[in-house]
Design a protein around this ligand. Structure first.
Ligand code: NZQ
Ligand code: ZN
Length: 385
C-alpha cells in the first residue's frame, strides 16, 4: 500500500426529511446566497422549503447554473457575494451547481483574474480562505457533495481544481430529493459513480485490501440497485443505496494509498467539451474500450474484478477478462445508456480533432503510470466507435 493522507471534514446529513438541519449548520446571522441550476429545484418547491429552513436570515438567490457550468455564468455570482456581503453559500443541485459554487466560494475571496483559480488543478488556491458553503444534493453522481474538487467549462475545455479549502461544511443528502430526476440523469449518475470507483480500482495491485474490498462493495451495490434506481424512481431503498454509493465513490476514501487512473474522465471531458455529450455518457463510451486496449497493463486487477465483482470463475484468464468487459458494457446498456461514440452521431472522422484537444490540454501521458500516450488515446477512441 502506498503512503497517504486522508482528510475529509464534510458533515453528511443523510436521509428523509433532513432539510430542517440546515438551520443548525449555518450561523444565525449569516447572509446566505442560494445557488441553483436551470430551475428543477424551483419547480419542485425545494428552494421554498430551504428558504423556510433558513428562517429570518437575509437570503439572495443565484439561479441559471447550467450543466457543465460555464465560467462566464458563475463569475457573475461573485459580484453578488462581494456587493451584498454574503457570508455563506448554499448550493442546491447536482455536480454542476456544487462545482460552480466551489468556484464562487474561492473567487469571491480573490482580487486577481479568477481564471487563475479555474486552471489551478492540484496547485494551492491563490487565496487563504474561501466563503464557507453547504450543499443540498439533488443528483447522485459526482461525489462533489463530499469532495474538494470542481470541474468548470471555459472556452470549449473543462478545467478542474481541487483544494482542502473546498470541502463543503455540510451536505444534506436526502434520497427523496432526487425522486424528481429524469431517468437519463439517474442512469448517468449510476455510471459516473461506477467509473469513479473503477478509476481508483482497475489499475495494478498494491495490496490495498481494504480499499479494494470497499471498491468492490460499491461496484456490486451499483450493479444490484442501478436498474431499480432508474426504473423505479421512488424506490427509496434502491435510491438511498445509489446515493450513498455515489458519495462514497469519490470522497477520497477508496483512493487512499492506491494507484489511480483518470484516463476515462480525461478523454470523456473532451467529448463533453466538443460535442455536449453528458458526462456519464462519455464515460460509458470510453471505459469499455479503454479496458480492451489496456488489458495487459490492468491484467491482474481485471481478473480480480472479473472474479470478485462479476463472479466469473470459469474459463481461461483471457475469457474471464473478455467476459468482465462485456458485462460492464452490458450493465451500462441495461440502464439505457449507449456505449458507442457512433451512436451519439459522432463519426470516426472526428477522432483526430479529439486527439488534438487532448494534446492541447496536456493529456499526453495519462493513466496510473503516465504511459498512456496520444496514440493510445486514439486507439481507445477508434475502438469506441
Ligand atoms: O439545472 P436543473 O434545472 O436543476 O436540472 C439539472 C440538470 O439539467 C437536472 N437535475 C438535477 N437534480 C435534479 C434535476 N432534475 C430534476 N430533479 C432533480 N432532483 O439534472 C441535470 C444535470 O445536472 P448536473 O448537475 O449537470 O449533473 P451531475 O451531477 O452529473 O454533474 C455533472 C458535472 O459534474 C462534473 C462534471 O464534469 C459535470 O460538469 N464532475 C464533477 C466532479 C467533482 N466535483 O468531483 C467529478 C465528476 O467526475 C465530474 O467531472
Ligand atoms: Zn465523473
Amino acid at each position: 500500500m502506498q503512503n497517504f493522507d486522508f482528510y475529509n471534514p464534510t458533515h453528511i446529513i443523510f436521509g428523509k426529511d433532513r432539510l430542517a438541519s440546515i438551520n443548525e449548520n449555518i450561523p444565525v446571522n449569516a447572509t446566505v446566497l442560494i445557488t441553483y441550476g436551470g430551475g428543477s429545484a424551483k419547480r419542485s418547491g425545494l428552494i421554498d422549503k430551504i428558504k423556510m429552513a433558513l428562517g429570518n436570515r437575509k437570503i439572495y438567490e443565484f439561479g441559471g447554473i447550467e450543466p457543465n457550468p460555464k465560467y462566464e455564468t458563475i463569475v457573475k455570482a461573485v459580484e453578488v457575494v462581494k456587493n451584498e456581503q454574503v457570508d455563506f453559500l448554499l448550493a442546491v443541485g447536482g455536480g454542476s451547481v456544487i462545482d460552480g459554487t466551489k468556484f464562487i466560494a474561492a473567487a469571491s475571496k480573490f482580487d486577481g483574474d479568477s481564471r487563475e483559480i479555474l486552471k489551478g488543478g492540484y496547485t494551492p488556491l491563490p487565496v487563504e480562505e474561501v466563503v464557507p458553503f453547504g450543499t443540498v444534493l439533488t443528483l447522485p453522481a459526482t461525489g462533489s457533495e463530499m469532495n474538494p474538487t470542481a470541474v468548470i467549462s471555459y472556452e470549449h475545455a473543462k478545467y478542474f481544481f481541487s483544494s482542502p479549502l473546498l470541502f463543503p461544511k455540510f451536505s444534506v443528502v436526502d434520497p427523496t430529493i432526487t425522486f424528481t430526476l429524469p431517468q437519463k440523469q439517474v442512469a448517468n449518475g449510476v455510471i459516473d459513480a461506477f467509473i469513479h470507483v473503477t478509476e481508483q480500482y482497475l489499475t495494478f495491485p498494491v495490496d490495498g485490501r481494504v480499499q479494494d474490498r470497499m471498491a468492490e462493495g460499491i461496484l456490486q451495490t451499483l450493479i444490484e440497485i442501478g436498474g431499480t434506481s432508474v426504473s423505479e424512481p421512488e424506490n427509496y431503498d434502491a435510491r438511498a443505496n445509489h446515493v450513498w454509493s455515489a458519495t462514497m465513490a469519490l470522497n477520497g476514501l477508496i483512493g487512499c494509498g492506491v494507484p489511480q487512473d483518470w484516463s476515462t474522465h480525461f478523454i470523456g471531458h473532451e467529448l463533453t467539451a466538443m460535442f455536449g455529450i453528458d458526462h456519464g455518457q462519455t464515460l460509458a463510451i470510453i471505459l469499455p474500450s479503454l479496458l480492451v486496449v489496456r488489458r495487459e497493463q490492468k491484467r491482474a486487477k481485471l481478473l480480480q474484478y472479473a472474479e470478485r465483482v462479476w463472479h466469473i470463475d470459469t474459463g481461461s484468464e483471457e475469457e474471464k477478462i473478455d467476459q468482465a468487459i462485456q458485462k460492464t458494457r452490458g450493465f451500462f446498456e441495461s440502464l439505457g445508456v449507449k456505449t458507442h461514440l457512433s451512436e451519439y452521431g459522432i463519426g470516426a472522422d472526428k477522432i483526430p480533432a479529439i486527439v488534438e484537444q487532448l494534446k492541447a490540454h496536456g493529456m499526453t501521458a495519462i493513466s496510473e503510470t503516465g504511459d498512456l500516450t496520444l496514440e493510445i488515446s486514439q486507439k481507445i477512441l477508434e475502438s469506441s466507435m
